[in-house]
Design a protein around this ligand. Sequence first.
Ligand SMILES: [Zn+2]
Length: 426
Amino acid sequence: MINKKIYMVMLLIFLGLFSSQISLAGDVKGHIDEVFERNGNTIIRGWACVSSINASIYVHAYAGANYWNNGQFMASTFANKYTEGAVNQACGTSAVWHRFEFNINKAIADSHKDKLIYIHGINPYGGANLTIGDSGRYRMPIDPLTKMKSSRVKKILWVAAHPDDEIIISPLLGEVCKMPGKSCSFVLANSGYKGVCYKDNGGNSNCGQLSNDTIRRMEMRASVDYIEGTGENLEIHHTKNGFTADEIGIIESDWNTSVTGSYKNYIKNKINEVKPDIIITHDPRHGTTCHPEHRVIGDIVYRIVKESPFMIRNDAYVVTNRRVVVGDKIGLDSANTVDPSNWQYNANTSRLPYFGNITGWNFLTNVVSKHPSQFNASLRYAIATVPAENRRISLQSMANYANTNSANEAIHEKWCADYTPYNNSK
Ligand SMILES: [Zn+2]
């Protein structure tokens, strides 16, 4: 043991002296930064180099395991894309391009769904073709429902603004939350106490007797109990409710006053505590209804996931649907026409085995009925009878969201600007 240590010290001294005289090739270095889908293909981005060598290298992508453990070869590319100074610094190189972008076609990607991704840097200078950083962390894309049902996913967290916001993803939760080994948690910013309270026509008979805050917390409890069955895992915070769209810039700072520290940190601590495998939240661009609090909580979660040490954006999803009114019916738009990287769930045809095989949309309308203060009989009927094409739920991973949607931002912004009751004037 001692001999080995001395040998190592000698070797390091030798290398140190040696490298001061000539440039010695080091090891493969690098990092996988992002995995997302674009036009059905899988894009893997990162950087790789051989340290202290002023040249670009090849990188090979493997699925399932690394090369030495019988991983399956997927693709090769040259890591010679534009590289910022920080990467050159990490590589010990100057002004050499080390970034790569794999564009793995759909056929290959589909044959490796959900497998872990390993990237080897190919070292032409005699050193090992080591894997780069975060190899074995990202996976090849798979649809979120199959992912949620897989045995590696145990905890699913819905983070939203209010009670009843869970309606939009309720069929997905109904498919999964009662599966053995699954736990679904619900975290909401506030009770939505500023909203309406329908009493007549099948509304909540407690309206006017109990406070809206109490009523909505009770309704949410009933909804979670129906979906999840355990009577646990619900947390409704006490932030202020009731902002207009032109106050969107002040919502988060106002919410900060409801907790010690920032509200973002508060949610972050909650996420760290739950350690979910999957997070689902509102789309920050429109929050489905353009309610500004939906948009703000979605944006908060988006920023937390981006900085999270254990979550990756591939395991966090936004609900990209916008609510539409079709005649006197209420349903969901076909968000896929706006965001091609969406995944879509057809609640009109899906069946929920844990709920007597009813359709996803029937399940959704049952969840709606848990919130009678918000949906009286007329509104429930309007949702229950919406056309089939407005019964599709669209999700996309935050990784896709971050990389493929900037061109669509204006479409969504305009939609909310035109929308009542949450537009800029009302
Ligand atoms: Zn809401």
